[in-house]
Design a protein. Structure first.
Length: 314
C-alpha cells in the first residue's frame, strides 16, 4: 500500500558550543586536532581537523565533511548542528580541505579520483588522529560521508574505492565523476544522491545517470531532487541527518570487533522502502513489484518521509 503523504518537520535546534581554534583538549569544548598530509600524486593540499565530543567515550563512527571544489570545511567541525549530532550519536567529526595541483580545466577536480592518493591521505590521517587523540577506534571507525558539490564527488569515489569503510554516503549536486558502475560492495552501501531542480543540467543529468546504472544493478541508493534550489545545500543536510541516524542503527553491529569498532552489517534490500520518482510516493520494498523504471531505495520509513517532504517541497 502506498504511503499517505506525511509531514515531518526538518527543524534542528541549535546549541551554542565553543570550540578551541588550536589543536588542544578542553573538557567543555571537546577535543580539536589539526593534521595535514604531504602533497600527493593527485592533490596539492590535504588538511584535516578532528573534533571529538567532550568527555567522549569511544566513538561509533566518523562524519567526514568534504567541501566543494578546492574549498575548506575544516571549520564545519565547529558547527553547532554537527556538534549536537555528534554528541548525541557518539561520533567524531572530521572537516577536510583538499585541493588540486594547478592544471587545465580546473573544474575537473583531480583530487576527487581518490584511488590515486587523496583517499589514502584521509585513511592515513585517521590513524594519526587515533594515536594523538588516544582514541584507537578512529583508525578503523566507519565513515558517514557528507559533502557538497566536489565533496559529494569525493564521497562517491571513496565509497567506490573502499566500500568496507563507509556506513553511508551522500552525493550532493556534484558534476565530475571517475567511476560509473561501482562494485557490488559499493552498491550495498546506503546512499543519498541529491540534485537541485534549478542546478545545471550537466550536474543533474550526470548524477541521475550514475544513479540509474547503479540502481539498475541493485544499489541501495535514493535519488532526491529538491525542485526549487540550484547549486546549494538547501535542505539536503536536514534529510541527511535523518538518513545518517538510521544508517547507524541499521549498519552497526551490536558488538565491536577486535579494534573496539562495530562491524558493518549488510542490509536486506527488502527491508527498505521504494520511492516512485514520478508519482512522488513510497511503499514498502517487501512485496513491491520489480521496477521497470528507476526508483529510489530508502533506508527506513522515517528516511522515506524525509525524502518525500523534500521532493514534494512540503
Amino acid at each position: 500500500m502506498k504511503s499517505r503523504l506525511l509531514f515531518i518537520p526538518l527543524i534542528i535546534f541549535l546549541a551554542s558550543i565553543s570550540v578551541t581554534p588550536q589543536a588542544r583538549t578542553q573538557e567543555s569544548a571537546g577535543v580539536t586536532l589539526d593534521e595535514a598530509a604531504a602533497p600527493g600524486a593527485n592533490y596539492d593540499k590535504a588538511e584535516f581537523r578532528l573534533w571529538l565530543p567532550p568527555n567522549s567515550d569511544p566513538v561509533r563512527a566518523v562524519v567526514v565533511i568534504v567541501p566543494g571544489s578546492n574549498g575548506d570545511w575544516r571549520s564545519q567541525v565547529a558547527d553547532p548542528i554537527w556538534q549536537k549530532f555528534a554528541t548525541e550519536q557518539k561520533l567524531a567529526l572530521v572537516g577536510c580541505r583538499i585541493t588540486d595541483k594547478q592544471h587545465e580545466q580546473s573544474f575537473i577536480e583531480e583530487y576527487v579520483d581518490v584511488k590515486r592518493g587523496s583517499g589514502q591521505a584521509l585513511v592515513d590521517v585517521m590513524a594519526t588522529f587515533a594515536e594523538k587523540a588516544r582514541h584507537p577506534e578512529l583508525a578503523t571507525a566507519p565513515f558517514l560521508m557528507w559533502g557538497m558539490s566536489a565533496g559529494g564527488q569525493f564521497n562517491y569515489e571513496f565509497t567506490a574505492w573502499k566500500p568496507e569503510r563507509v556506513a553511508a554516503f551522500v552525493v550532493n549536486k556534484g558534476g565530475i565523476y571517475y567511476s560509473a558502475l561501482t562494485s557490488k560492495a559499493a552498491r550495498s552501501v546506503p546512499g543519498m544522491l541529491f540534485v537541485g531542480g534549478k542546478d545545471l543540467e550537466f550536474r543533474t543529468n550526470t548524477i541521475a545517470g550514475l544513479f540509474a546504472v547503479n540502481r539498475r544493478a541493485g544499489a541501495l541508493w535514493a535519488l532526491a531532487e529538491e525542485p526549487g534550489v540550484g547549486h546549494v545545500v538547501g535542505k539536503s543536510r536536514d534529510v541527511t541527518l535523518v538518513f545518517f541516524e538510521d544508517a547507524l542503527t541499521r549498519r552497526l553491529a551490536d558488538s565491536p570487533n577486535g579494534n573496539g569498532v562495530a562491524a558493518l552489517k549488510t542490509i536486506d534490500d527488502k527491508s527498505g522502502f521504494i520511492g516512485d520518482l514520478k508519482a512522488k510516493t513510497f511503499q514498502a520494498a517487501a512485496g513491491a513489484p520489480a521496477p521497470t523504471v528507476p526508483t529510489a531505495w530508502l533506508l527506513s520509513e522515517r528516511v522515506a518521509q524525509a525524502w518525500l517532504a523534500m521532493v514534494t517541497e512540503k
